[in-house]
Design a protein around this ligand. Structure first.
Ligand code: MRU
Length: 309
C-alpha cells in the first residue's frame, strides 16, 4: 500500500480524513488540489507532505503555471514540518521538477527502510513501545519512521507490542497508527493521551518512539502532546527515541524559532462530530510542541542512531 501515487500526470493520495472507515484515494489534478489536500489533512505527516509538495511543484510546471508563485503558495500550506519547504526548494531548483519529485519519492522509501534497520537495533525482544500520533506508512510514501522501526523489529522476529496514544484532537494515533499496526498483525493497544504517564509509572512501557516534524538546535518539534510524553518518560526512566530522516533536520536554526501551527477551534470543540463544550468556548489549538534535547535519548536516522542536536 502506498500513501502517495503518481499516475498519468496526476497525484493520488490516500484520503486520511476517511480512515479507518474507508480506504479511498483523493485525486489531485493541479497544484491547488495538493494545497487543499495538505491544508485539510487529506495527506499529513512530515515526509508525506514533503513528497506531495514536490509533486505539487511538478504539477504547476506541467501546467505552465508561474512556478515560483506556485512554490510560495505550496510552501505556506502548512508552516511547521520542514520537509515541505525542503522538498519545494529542491524541486524548484532542479531542471525537471517531475524527475526531482519522483527522486524524492523513491528516496523516501529507501530512507524509511534504513531508519527501520538502524532503529531495530535499539528494540529488544518483548519490548512494549509507546508511540504518539502517526509516524507510520501513512506519514510517508510507505513503511514509516517510528512505526518503520517497529515494523523492522517485528519482521526480524522480535516480539514487540505497541501502545498508541489516541492523539487528540484529530486522533492520528487511534485512527491511523492502530489501523496500520492491525494490518501488519503487530499487537497494539489504544490509550487516551492522559494515560501515557500512568502506564510509564506502572512500568508498563519499555521505550517511547515518536516521529518529528522538525529537528533543530535544542530539540525536536512533533505532534502536540509529545512534550508531556517526554516529561513523563524522563520522570519514570523510560528511554525516549525520535525517528526521522535527515530531510527533517534544520541544523542552522534554534528549535525555538519554529513556527508552531495553530489550527481551528472546531477540532477541539467537536469530537466525532458532536459538540463537547458550551457555545462561546474559547480554544487554543497548537498542533505541535517542542521536546528539548535533554529529554531525548537518541535520534534514529537513515545514517544511524545519533545524539540529539
Ligand atoms: O499534524 P500531522 O498529522 O501532520 O502531524 C504529524 C506528526 O506530528 C508526525 O509525528 C510527524 O510528522 C512525523 S511523521 C513521520
Amino acid at each position: 500500500m502506498k500513501t502517495i501515487k503518481w499516475e498519468e500526470d496526476r497525484l493520488l493520495l490516500i484520503d486520511q480524513r476517511k480512515l479507518p472507515d474507508k480506504l479511498e484515494y483523493f485525486e489531485c489534478k493541479d497544484y491547488k488540489d495538493v494545497i487543499f489536500a495538505i491544508k485539510n489533512m487529506v495527506v499529513r505527516g512530515a515526509p508525506a507532505i514533503g513528497v506531495a509538495a514536490a509533486f505539487a511543484v511538478a504539477l504547476a510546471d506541467l501546467a505552465n503555471e508561474d512556478i515560483k508563485k506556485a512554490a510560495e503558495e505550496i510552501k505556506s500550506s502548512r508552516p511547521t514540518a520542514i520537509n515541505l519547504q525542503w522538498a519545494v526548494e529542491r524541486t524548484l531548483s532542479s531542471d525537471s521538477p517531475l524527475e526531482e519529485a519522483l527522486r524524492i519519492y523513491r528516496e523516501d522509501m529507501e530512507t524509511t527502510r534504513a531508519i527501520g534497520e538502524h532503529g531495530a537495533s535499539i528494540v529488544e525482544d518483548g519490548d512494549t513501545i509507546l508511540t504518539h500520533c502517526n509516524a507510520g506508512a501513512l506519514a510517508c510514501v510507505d513503511y514509516g519512521t517510528a512505526l518503520g522501526v517497529i515494523r523492522a523489529a517485528h519482521s526480524m522476529g522480535k516480539r514487540v507490542k505497541v501502545v498508541c496514544d489516541e492523539t487528540r484532537p484529530l486522533g492520528q494515533g487511534a485512527r491511523l497508527s492502530v489501523w496500520e499496526l492491525q494490518m501488519e498483525r503487530i499487537p497494539v493497544k489504544l490509550i487516551v493521551d492522559g494515560a501515557a504517564g500512568y502506564l510509564m509509572q506502572q512500568g508498563k512501557i519499555d521505550k517511547v518512539i515518536i516521529g518529528a516534524d522538525r529537528i533543530a538546535r535544542g530539540g525536536v518539534v512533533n505532534k502536540i502532546g509529545s512534550l508531556m510524553v517526554a516529561l513523563a518518560a524522563e520522570r519514570f526512566g523510560v528511554p525516549f527515541y525520535v525517528a526521522a530522516p535527515r530531510s527533517t533536520f534544520d541544523e542552522e536554526n534554534s528549535i525555538y524559532d519554529t513556527v508552531i501551527e495553530e489550527r481551528g477551534s472546531d477540532e477541539v470543540l467537536y469530537y466525532g462530530g458532536c459538540r463537547i463544550a458550551p457555545k462561546g468556548t474559547e480554544v487554543v489549538n497548537p498542533a505541535f510542541d517542542i521536546v528539548p534535547s535533554d529529554l531525548i535519548t537518541a535520534i534514529i536516522t537513515e545514517d544511524g542512531v545519533i545524539d540529539p542536536i
